[in-house]
Write a protein of this length. Structure first.
Lengths: 262, 262
């Protein structure tokens, strides 16, 4: 059972998620990950809180253990990578093993791949047909780019690693998932170093336990400063805390300006 | 004890690592991670195998549990983030707790920060001096950018999250660490889809168990194809396997060309 979803009384409804990136090529530095930033943004919009990300190798035991652990801990798990036609694509079999399920060709996946192969004139050999396999009982995730689908087993959503396909699958999938209360944010930029606002900021944080205040120093174009980001589900409380932060910056002799938080 | 370092007989010497990115701002998508790709590349050069990456929130229990788990599993652990002066910077205290150590101002860190503050005319208030705190008995990692150092406790190496400082710390740190046998790689690009080479590639992989063969489809500039990356510690075996891959591509009617693997 997810541990972080006990919603007591009138508190915000919290829906949590983890993201597993499966791929030796990310760990070796050969491929630079482009999927984390994308899904992180999309989950915020969907009202789902991304709590943890793991990058693991194409290793059956690692995949099985990680899927089991995170499936039990969070409401949703998303994965990317390892669902192609080659010998190193072991995500499908490993996820099936994590849930003690068999693997077989999914009739609807076979149909979609045949239709796509006919359209683009590709020979559907045995290796390609491996991409129509899913754990038994899986639901499919539409792949509008190249047909070979992703799939869902329990709360685990398995998607491709190629960013163009991953992004298309996420866009198909997220509207079908239940989100919680959306987290709003206000970002206040200042021309002060973090050290100047640190003490006052700690005091404001203590007065607003429902708001998470993050402090992010920046150095750019020869200037330095700090952006303070406040997050919370209740807009009125968020705005009150933000106004205290703006006042703190002015009290310290700085300039405060709200910035787009993205 | 690390589990993945039992070097038996004449096999390659394997040194493993994990990387922990600590920061709500990465999970919320606000900040796009720039440190994973950098350290992945640097570790390959240093002969250290990055086996796992986790992105976790600024939460004491999460940091303590993750540091303990990965410190026990791998030879080295590297962390980024959460060592600034503000209330949300809890990495130092959390790492100390993971190893049941106290926290105090490190005399050499205080000295370096005083010298730097004098140079740049910054007031060293209490909040800034928090950055001179380390777990008891820690060694320092030089910060050539802004003085506030990283630190080492047992096999855990704690560094800043700001990419410019993180990168400088990694460059200072890695030459001091013991690497294992370096992994060499050969990347062969082809104009064939993954499905065309998948079966033959599986057969080559079975004949060369000491070589890891990865298959990475690409779509770019209107063309598609597959890059096959072979990795191993012994150059002669690697080259023999690569020649089989080139021949497989030619047998399938494709063009094979070696590409720079980075």
């Amino acid at each position: 059972m997810p541990t972080d979803t006990a919603n007591t009384g009138a508190g915000p409804e919290i829906v949590t998620a983890a993201f597993i990136i499966i791929g030796d090529e990310i760990l070796s530095g050969r491929t630079k990950d482009a999927n984390l930033g994308f899904i992180a943004d999309e989950l915020v919009e969907a009202g789902i809180r991304l709590k943890e990300v793991r990058v693991i190798s194409d290793d059956e035991d690692e995949i099985v253990d990680t899927v089991r652990a995170l499936s039990a801990k969070y409401d949703y798990v998303f994965t990317s990578g390892g669902i192609g036609p080659t010998h190193d694509d072991i995500t499908c079999d490993s996820v099936a093993k994590a849930f003690d399920r068999g693997v077989s060709h999914h009739p609807e996946a076979v149909k979609r791949m045949r239709a796509h192969a006919g359209d683009v004139g590709v020979d559907l050999n045995e290796a390609r047909m491996r991409m129509a396999r899913t754990p038994d009982g899986a639901e499919l995730i539409l792949n509008p780019v190249s047909a070979a689908p992703g799939f869902i087993v329990e709360n685990v959503h398995v998607m491709a690693g190629v960013p163009r396909i991953f992004q298309a699958m996420v866009k198909e999938l997220l509207p079908t998932l239940k989100g919680g209360d959306k987290i709003h944010s206000i970002a206040v930029s200042s021309n002060l170093g973090e050290g100047r606002v640190a003490t006052g900021l700690g005091e404001i944080q203590a007065r607003y336990p429902a708001i998470a205040i993050g402090s992010y120093p920046y150095f750019r174009a020869g200037n330095y400063g700090t952006t303070l980001v406040l997050r919370g589900t209740e807009m009125a409380v968020l705005e009150a805390a933000a106004e205290e932060v703006r006042q703190l910056i002015r009290d310290q002799g700085g300039d405060a300006s709200d910035v787009e938080d993205n």
